[in-house]
Design a protein around this ligand. Structure first.
Ligand code: DLL
Length: 432
């Protein structure tokens, strides 16, 4: 099933013609409407006339998260605020969020691309979808909300958290589709099993995303809830969910190529790689008005497959995300940067500068343990003080990250030292 069959199945030749026209337009749009881009493009000797073929995109300098941060909050917006109808944001390393703005047309395009992936997953107007992503600045919930409404499905905006109530609603409201992170879906199925209500739940579809989901984990969710699940990729800077999603064949996520032009680059050299090679995904937004981005470096590692899919879609498929070229952690759907944790630890009295972050999957939930060395080992004998210090750090971490972490205070000099770059993250989630 298709939401916009004509464009989703258009020939590669027609698609590339459309992409070229749109690329030329978006480059001059950025050049004329965003001072930052005007300077950046001029400094690299690029003006809109330089784009004569689609591959001339390689002349354009990359845009990075730092560019968005440097122009915080609205410096990359290409429209005056009176034309911006929505703001979203995602957390960043500095504590300042990455801010994005949408015009009415952007919201419309966003709903279309999300509707496409929902229909590709098998959603119809007869479905009742529970959205268990957190509503708010995060793009996941409202993005799926508008897309699902567009196809005429019923939306239950439960937001995330309060898992027992989520399970009650799944059962009592006859929910047939679930939108959440895969790890939260797994957790919900565990709670439903514990409550003995799995058989009363009518779920048939899971539209998941925002964090990685291995096929093994997907199998577990599917078994738990007896549903069919798809993986969906996006990021707030680019639009939110809707950049790409799996169809019923689940052999890669179709990128909405009429709106997002993908490239794969070597993250070290910045050189464009051949399709089929693993590298960093770079996306140019071809139609976005509020905050258009040219060659945005996602830091996510994937590869592209241009073969026409069995489903009939011609739009390129990207592989599941292999990881990130930087070290942002995604824990229970929340972006966590080691530097945020460091900012809490360093400067706390009695706490040294050596720490380790251990991420595990316990049951079906991601957990974070922050191991940090004490400056004075004697404190380990003074339980009252030790506990107070632990609680203080726990509280401060929660304030900064928005999630709970286990804090382990350890002997001075007990953690590993490194001669080169420190490897502070121990991610045990994908270990069997
Ligand atoms: O997570 C947008 C989204 C919401 C996508 C709901 C899908 C569903 P951010 O919070 O800005 O946006 O986080 C973006 O999350 O750069 C990836 O590292 C990671 N990510 C998103 N989707 C996937 C996925 C939303 N399907 C960052 N698989 C991205 C693996 C994903 N990682």
């Amino acid at each position: 099933m298709f939401f916009q069959k004509e464009i989703e199945t258009t020939s590669r030749q027609e698609l590339e013609q459309l992409q070229f026209t749109r690329l030329k337009h978006i480059v001059s749009y950025c050049f004329n409407n965003v001072e930052y881009y005007n300077k950046k493009l001029s400094n690299s000797g690029v003006n809109p006339d330089k784009i004569k073929t689609l591959s001339d995109i390689e002349y354009i300098p990359f845009t990075t998260k730092e560019d968005i941060r440097d122009t915080y909050p609205y410096g990359l917006f290409a429209q005056p605020m009176k034309n911006i109808v929505r703001i979203h944001a995602s957390s960043g390393t500095t504590g300042k969020p990455t801010v994005v703005g949408y015009t009415k047309n952007d919201i419309d395009m966003w709903s279309d691309v999300v509707a496409r992936l929902c229909v590709a997953a098998g959603a119809t107007e007869d479905d009742i979808f529970q959205i268990s992503f957190g509503y708010g600045l995060f793009t996941g919930a409202l993005g799926l909300h508008y897309g699902l409404e567009k196809i005429g499905a019923t939306v239950i905006p439960t937001s995330s958290g309060n898992t027992e109530k989520q399970v009650m609603i799944l059962k009592d409201f006859g929910t047939t589709g679930l939108v959440s992170t895969p790890s939260y879906a797994l957790y919900m199925s565990e709670v439903a099993r514990e409550q003995g209500v799995l058989d009363d739940i009518k779920l048939r579809l899971g539209v998941f995303g925002s964090e990685g989901c291995t096929v093994e984990m997907r199998d577990q969710i599917e078994k738990g809830f007896s549903l069919f699940a798809t993986d969906n990729y996006g990021m707030s800077e680019l639009i939110g969910p809707g950049v790409s999603g799996e169809c019923e064949y689940r052999c890669g996520m179709h990128i909405a190529e009429d709106h997002f032009f993908p490239e794969i680059i070597d993250s070290k050299t910045g050189k464009t790689l051949d399709a089929g090679k693993d590298g960093e995904l770079v996306i140019t937004t071809l139609t976005k008005e509020g905050i258009p981005l040219l060659r945005y470096r996602t830091k996510d590692i994937s590869k592209l497959n241009y073969d026409v899919c069995q489903c009939g879609r011609t739009h390129v498929r990207m592989d599941k995300i292999k990881g990130r070229s930087d070290d942002m952690l995604k824990i229970r759907g929340v972006n966590v940067f080691p530097s945020q944790i460091e900012s809490v630890l360093v400067g706390t009295q009695n706490i040294g500068a050596h720490y380790q972050l251990i991420v595990r999957r316990e049951g079906f939930m991601d957990t974070l343990e922050v191991k940090v060395e004490l400056i004075n080992g004697d404190l380990l004998e003074r339980y009252g003080e030790l506990e107070a210090l632990q609680n203080q750090i726990k509280h401060n971490l929660h304030t900064v990250l928005g999630i709970d972490a286990k804090v382990s205070l350890v002997e001075p000099k007990s953690l590993q030292r490194f001669q080169g770059k420190a490897q502070r993250i121990v991610d045990l989630r994908n270990q069997k």
